[in-house]
Design a protein around this ligand. Structure first.
Ligand SMILES: C[S@@+](CC[C@H](N)C(=O)[O-])C[C@H]1O[C@@H](n2cnc3c(N)ncnc32)[C@H](O)[C@@H]1O
Length: 281
């Protein structure tokens, strides 16, 4: 993209195909893995001390200390599944990031953990069945288009064992709207998520009230090359909308938690829902 094309860029439509951030591209996923494992920030995964608290809460408060079969959707490098396996759960993690899945498999094999991992796109993957818990952390549910989220909720319900629970960490609607209203921002990097080499990244975000969604768009300039453009969309849901969405999938909200980190100040932007099959809550 040259400067003229940048100046006259088209507005972005939430969840439009074609320009998504390529989480599943090998080079990108390798750089993303470094962000997941970084203990300097909580942008890709939480720092380990927070994950330890979340897993302890899940094991004691939600699963009542009973071990079982756990499915982690968008498991990344397996930071939750490995900790749950250490507490006696048998875990399966699905993710479409090749570097994260390779890392998770290597860790499980080295530790002898009862964890299996598979490279899979959650929009079409067979989720299996008979899980005592199915979890999706860090607002990932909001990054699926509403129709994909509906289909995923239905498949989650079908993969639950009787009495099983779903643990979702969701972005608050107020956070999604505020994200879309952030001013444009540029940054320079010696290397980073978008490139191994030096680059300049322009980020602009937009709140789309007609879709209740935010888009973030990145224009990435590397030396002597045209800009690459990436977009990421995040859907805002009211509690009523989520309730209806889950009911349609045969799930009901059994618990709502202001924070799943054990420290509400950490997480004004994320909250937790525990769901159960309807008839079970
Ligand atoms: C914000 S990260 C969170 C990772 C992990 N749950 C954690 O908290 O450490 C979101 C993860 O979802 C994965 N993901 C996003 N869309 C996906 C899809 N359609 N299919 C499979 N995995 C997906 C990404 O590759 C990434 O690992």
């Amino acid at each position: 993209m040259n400067l003229d094309a940048l100046l006259h860029r088209e507005p972005v439509v939430p969840f439009a195909p074609g320009s998504r951030i390529p989480w599943n591209e090998p080079g990108f996923s390798q750089r993303m893995l470094a962000e997941h494992l970084s203990q300097l920030h909580d942008r890709a995964s939480r720092r380990f001390e927070i994950i330890d608290r979340q897993v302890a809460w899940l094991h004691h408060a939600v699963l009542e200390g009973r071990t079982g079969r756990v499915l982690d959707l968008g498991c990344g490098p397996g930071l939750y599944t490995s900790r749950l396996a250490q507490r006696g759960h048998r875990c399966i993690g699905l993710d479409f990031s090749p570097a994260s899945i390779a890392y998770a498999k290597a860790q499980a094999s080295a530790a002898g953990d009862a964890c299996e991992y598979a490279l899979a796109d959650l929009r079409e993957a067979d989720l299996g069945s008979g899980f005592d818990a199915i979890m999706m952390w860090f607002g990932e549910f909001n990054t699926f288009a509403p129709n994909e989220a509906d289909a995923l909720a239905t498949r989650i319900q079908a993969a639950l064992a009787p009495g099983g629970k779903v643990i979702l960490e969701l972005h608050a609607a107020s956070y999604v709207e505020a994200l879309g209203e952030e001013p444009p921002h540029w940054s320079v990097h010696e290397s980073g998520l978008f490139s191994d080499g030096p680059h300049l990244a322009l980020r602009e975000s937009c709140w789309h009230p007609e879709h209740s969604a935010t888009t973030e768009r990145y224009f990435v300039f590397r030396e002597n090359s045209a800009a690459d453009i990436y977009a990421q969309s995040t859907q805002a849901y009211s509690e009523t909308e989520l309730d209806a969405k889950f009911r349609q999938a045969g799930l009901v909200v059994a618990g709502r938690y202001e924070s799943l980190t054990g420290n509400e100040e950490d997480d004004a932007d994320l909250y937790g829902l525990v769901l159960a099959g309807d008839g079970a809550a």
